[in-house]
Design a protein around this ligand. Sequence first.
Ligand code: 4NP
Length: 162
Amino acid sequence: MRSVIRVCFVCLGNICRSPIAEGIFRRLVAEAELGSAFEVDSAGTAGYHAGEAPDVRARAAGQRAGFVVAGQARQFLVGDLARFDYVIAMDASNQAELTRLAGSVEGASKVRLLRSFDPEASPRAPIPDPYYGGDQDFDEVVTLCDAACRQLLGRIRTEHGL
Ligand code: 4NP
């Protein structure tokens, strides 16, 4: 039996962008009837919102787009770098922090920027932080995450023959 593929989305606080990406990816995996092949999670490089539910604006944006934004914020741990097969950062700052945690660029080989999978985006393009924004900014996060997550799932399916 093939082993489960573990994917973790990472932002700063784990209450806005990464729970949105997680919810979108979960929906895509479910639509593809691949739920049993994946473990999907999210985390923040910072721990100051640990234990909190996703931001109410993130949950509302998910509701508007027809997917569930749920879970409880947690800080990304060094051990997560070994545990997950794909560690997907939302912006260059998250990616730099993950590389620092890994101790080397080689150690961070599983770390990728989400939008680097989107052929429409430049390779270093971020999912912009919506925390100080409004509903429109959260809807934009959903649009950008959805486009990139579709490509990410396609890439993983190709890599694993799914
Ligand atoms: P996230 O957004 O990293 O997408 O969850 C943020 C959440 C909290 C803060 C900043 C960004 N904060 O400064 O508390």
